[in-house]
Design a protein around this ligand. Structure first.
Ligand code: XUL
Length: 543
């Protein structure tokens, strides 16, 4: 029987992962990862990166990603997986990272010898040996320069979808131009991690897709074109160095003969544009319609949602990217996720069960005890030096701190996602802390929204596999609707749905206003929240 196999590959910070799916049976055949530190130790990365300058400069090695791709395919061959039956491949890359290439890149790719490893043949194609990645925060000066040149915060956001951010590609490219002028001049093309690896599979320079292009501060978010003003504000002659932009669902070509000869892929395998890991995860977790958002509770917490219509965060904290469906998506990143939760858990020597027990026993609203939890420097809202504020309690109050941190995290998430105008109807929760029902119940009450709790692993690679399937069926005129496609892989069970308790709706609406005032008071010299907090305590806790 003819099977419809599709492959998704995700090049993340610490590893490269493949997810192979069989759409005839709606099943995942294999998830397989190459961990960079463990399997490619001679690149000397730590957690996939090299950092210097007190952690401000964070780079990785593009050759390491290529070598991981070779190792991955070798492993799939050894496992006797039907690579020759794969109909289409797409991929995902950590966003914002840039790869700098000279004019031999194209010819080298075209003439790859399938008897030799790619890595050895690509040694001379780079004008910058290492690639700055999303963890780099060394471009504050360039962010300011670009923002100023674009006319300030508002025009920057309304052109590119985001304020200038240190990790975004434009500021990183400007830094390279300013500090390594000769190498910048020698650079013929600049790729993202996603389009670079797509080029390797394609055997020639691949386009950048709108989803990942939106994380560069260079693409016009309304027209999906490189924006002249943004290009000029960043570096000279940049347009000539950037690949063209395409829809995330565009077929960019067929797999190059190198992979056919070396690993046994079919020469008919089609390649769909790669995208960033967040746009891919949007599909991998099933956010393909209006009203759906996801919270990912990991090292950092992220909130992302599908958006039918474009809206901007004029505070400059959140991002708008293009979604792989052709719509939009929001992304907001909070650095104080698990580490902040753990700081409280560990301070009181609790395990997660005890932590959950305290959440169950303490009342919503926490007797008006409010925490602003910046245990680490925070991205949203911007807090450069770690500092924890407590209103109405101190650091030794165990119950106050346990409920305080969790309520603070979700109040902050609700507050800083208000700019997304579309109504949320359901939230999908993923990531380590989403296993904790008590935490999700508080999130559900604060957002007053149903939360679906489910295990999703490798959502970016799965998203890439699903995207490749969608484009393949479109190309043979057997179109499947996005939602039908993702639902085949998302099996939510009823007992994993957490319903908001309506009883607390008003309380959390009020508490949000108190939280907003506390944040403004501390970060923006706003009015003292004493009175509003007192009123809140009186309304809900006076007896
Ligand atoms: C998003 C971001 C990260 C990277 C790495 O803006 O910087 O999520 O994509 O995963």
């Amino acid at each position: 029987m003819n099977m419809d196999y599709f492959l998704g590959i995700d090049c993340s910070t610490q590893s490269l992962t493949a997810v192979l799916i069989n759409l005839s049976k709606n099943e995942v055949i294999i998830r397989y990862s190459i961990n960079f530190d463990e399997e490619l130790p001679y690149y000397n990365t730590q957690n996939g990166v090299f950092s210097s300058n007190g952690g401000k400069v964070v780079h990785s090695n593009p050759l390491m990603w290529v070598e991981a791709l070779e190792l991955l395919f070798k492993a799939l061959v050894q496992k006797n997986l039907p690579l020759n039956e794969i109909k289409a491949i797409s991929g995902s890359g950590q966003q914002h990272g840039t790869v700098y290439l000279n004019n031999s890149f194209e010819t080298t790719l075209k003439n790859l010898d399938s008897k030799k490893s790619i890595v050895n043949q690509l040694q001379k194609v780079f004008t910058r040996e290492t690639s700055p990645i999303w963890m780099d925060s060394s471009t504050t000066k360039q962010c300011e320069e670009i923002r100023l040149e674009l006319g300030g915060l508002e025009p920057t956001i309304s052109i590119t979808g985001s304020n200038t951010f240190e990790r975004f590609s434009g500021p990183q490219i400007r830094k390279f131009y300013e500090q390594n002028y000769d190498d910048y001049i020698q650079t013929s093309s600049i790729h993202l991690v996603s389009s670079f690896l797509s080029s390797i599979l394609l055997g020639k320079s691949s386009p950048i897709d709108y989803g990942d292009g939106a994380g560069m501060n260079l693409m016009n978010i309304r027209t999906n074109q490189w924006d002249d003003k943004a290009l000029d504000a960043t570096a000279p002659n940049l347009r000539q160095k950037l690949p063209p932009l395409v829809n995330s669902y565009d077929v960019v070509g067929k797999i190059s003969p190198y992979f056919v000869e070396r690993f046994g892929f079919s020469p008919e395998t089609i390649l769909v544009a790669w995208s960033g890991d967040n746009p891919n995860s949007l599909i991998g977790v099933g956010l393909t319609e209006k009203g759906k958002a996801a919270i990912s509770l990991g090292t950092s917490d992220t909130y992302f949602s599908f958006m039918k219509t474009l809206s901007f965060d004029m505070m400059g904290e959140g991002h708008v990217f293009r979604a792989p469906t052709g719509d939009f998506m929001s992304l907001i990143c909070f650095k104080n996720g698990s580490l902040a939760r753990e700081a409280i858990k560990d301070k009181f020597n609790l395990n997660w069960n005890e932590f959950g027990e305290i959440l169950r026993k303490t009342p919503p609203g926490n007797f008006g005890k409010i925490m602003l939890p910046y245990f680490l420097p925070e991205i949203v809202p911007l807090v450069l030096e770690p500092i924890v504020y407590r209103f109405g309690f101190d650091e030794n109050d165990m119950q106050g701190n346990v409920r305080g941190i969790i309520e603070a995290q979700f109040l902050s998430m609700r507050l800083h996602s208000e700019w997304i105008q579309e109504q949320k109807e359901e939230i999908y929760a993923t990531g380590g802390a989403s296993a904790n029902k008590e935490i999700l119940q508080i999130a559900s009450n604060i957002f007053n929204t149903k939360i679906y709790q489910f295990e999703i692993t490798n959502s970016a690679a799965l998203g890439a596999a699903l995207r490749s399937a969608k484009s393949y069926y479109d190309s043979i005129n057997e179109s499947i609707n996005w939602t039908e496609l993702v639902n085949r892989f998302l099996k939510i069970q009823d007992n994993y749905i957490i319903q908001p308790n309506n009883k607390y709706k008003e309380l959390y609406d009020d508490l949000l206003e108190v939280y907003r005032k506390c944040e403004k008071f501390v970060l923006k010299n706003g009015e003292d929240p004493k009175q509003i907090r007192k009123d809140f305590v009186k309304k809900y806790f006076a007896n």
